[in-house]
Design a protein around this ligand. Structure first.
Ligand SMILES: Nc1ncnc2c1ncn2[C@@H]1O[C@H](COP(=O)(O)OP(=O)(O)OP(=O)(O)O)[C@@H](O)[C@H]1O
Ligand SMILES: [Mg+2]
Length: 430
């Protein structure tokens, strides 16, 4: 396709205001091309009014989608534009911002649109089906009743969860099934997650709103920058891509210690602050952390039929990879037993759909603010007797409330606190 346009061979000044803000990416190709065409009277300036444009131009004039179309569309709308010219792949995203996308495949199409020649691309409402959950089903897990219970509590209260135990007992399997029992995102959350994923370039082309909580499972070779973000012009990391969703760190002790430690601040504040020469970037990072680990390097611990061959030194080194401060941020810590033969041969367990319904119901309930006197006493005694930090106490209280919500109780009872406390004694891990 040839555009049959000419390039004005004279001095051209393109002003990308504000000048002090560093611009990046190829999304300015199309708007710059349109501005040059308007300045050289090949399309009328009046017709450009009310329009914004974003997209990368290939050498043959074809228009390519760029990351961040949703954010660009939201900005265009704020600035009073009614329509945004973009690549077809970006249309669904642009429409989410409440602005009409004008989808074009080639610069020439954009030009004939502005000249009022071609067919006007179809505008307005579109139906992009919501993505279905691809998370595997909980029904696959046999036995491990306590782990199922803890997974449900974690889902209901968005608590951080650490699953420990010998190899091959279903830790990874269970962790991967958490997203499947989480409720869908609300409108505001969905828009925020879609915006983040769009900017980061991980949103599949043509997709609409991200309704499902994100699930990120980076490999244990991930660096600090990959995990929390960074780079010369800071890019968001896995912690931000997992915002409002789940960050799974499978084989927790295998991650570089500095990478794990870098998660401490976002785990507390829900944001990542990356300072660079070029400026400071703050990324949202309110994620639910799920970790899995063995009890020792050889994996023999926790399995009554195996003998652990680790030396005390190797064991100490292994445990030192996870700081107490990080461990303290897990609301729920569970050591899974090796399931018995009969358990593994049992019928399918409850499926994710049923569990998710209970989670949704629990979240819709109002939190039990009041503690029964016995519950208060139990908590006080626990603080005195257990190595429970101030943060630990607050986390036990939060988990107790979640357990009360799952039970539909109006007040937090002693039994709720007792159960919450039972997930806070990582005896085998320290
Ligand atoms: N409780 C279980 N119910 C059903 N299948 C199980 C169970 N436990 C383990 N399996 C089977 O064993 C495989 C390995 O489980 P999984 O990867 O979850 O183990 P793991 O505890 O993460 O082990 P590792 O410590 O070696 O990572 C699963 O894919 C599944 O097929
Ligand atoms: Mg595993």
């Amino acid at each position: 396709m040839s555009a049959e346009l000419f390039f004005p061979f004279k001095r051209i000044t393109v002003n990308l205001a504000p000048a002090d803000l560093r611009k990046e990416g190829s999304g300015f190709d199309l708007p710059i091309a349109l501005a040059v065409l308007a300045a050289s009277h090949q399309i009328s300036v009046e017709r450009l009014a009310g329009h914004a444009a974003v997209g990368e131009l290939a050498l043959d004039g074809r228009l390519r989608p760029v990351p961040g179309a949703l954010a660009a569309a939201e900005g265009a709308r704020r600035n009073g534009s009614r329509r945004l010219v973009c690549a077809a792949e970006s249309g669904a995203e642009v429409a989410l911002a409440g602005i009409d996308p004008v989808e074009v495949g080639h610069l020439a199409e954009a030009v004939s649109y502005f000249r009022g020649e071609g067919e006007l691309p179809e505008l307005g409402a579109r139906d992009v089906p919501d993505a279905e959950s691809t998370a595997p089903d909980l029904a696959d897990v046999r036995g491990q009743e306590r782990a199922r219970r803890v997974l449900e509590i974690a889902a209901a209260g968005t608590h951080n969860l650490l699953l420990a135990g010998p190899p091959g007992i279903g830790k990874t399997m269970l962790a991967r099934r958490l997203p499947g029992i989480l409720p869908a995102l609300d409108d505001e959350g969905a828009l925020e997650v879609t915006r983040i994923h769009s900017i980061a370039g991980v949103l599949p082309a043509g997709s609409g709103l991200v309704r499902l909580p994100p699930f990120r499972a980076p490999h244990h070779t991930a660096s600090v920058a990959a995990l929390i973000g960074g780079g010369a012009s800071p890019r968001p990391g896995e912690a931000t891509l997992a915002h409002r969703g789940v960050l799974l760190l499978d084989e927790l002790p295998e991650f570089p210690r500095n990478a794990l430690e870098s998660l401490r601040q976002p785990l507390e504040d829900g944001v990542v602050a990356v300072a660079r020469v070029g400026g400071r970037a703050i990324f949202p990072a309110r994620f639910q952390l799920v970790g899995t680990m063995n009890l020792c390097p050889c994996g023999g611990r926790g399995d009554p039929r195996l003998e652990c061959t680790c030396t005390p030194l190797a064991l100490d080194r292994y445990r030192a990879r996870i700081s107490r401060a990080l461990l303290d941020r897990f609301d729920l810590i569970l050591t899974l037993p090796k399931p018995r033969g009969a358990e593994l041969a049992a019928e399918e367990g409850e499926g994710s759909v049923v569990v998710r319904e209970r989670v949704v119901t629990a979240r819709a309930r109002t939190t039990a603010e009041r503690l029964a006197p016995e519950a208060q006493e139990l908590l006080d005694r626990a603080v005195d007797r257990l190595p429970l930090s101030g943060r630990g106490r607050a986390r036990v209280l939060r988990v107790s409330r979640t357990i009360a919500m799952l039970a539909g109780a109006g007040t937090v009872a002693a039994e709720h606190v007792a159960e919450a406390l039972s997930y806070r004694s990582p005896g085998e891990l320290t």
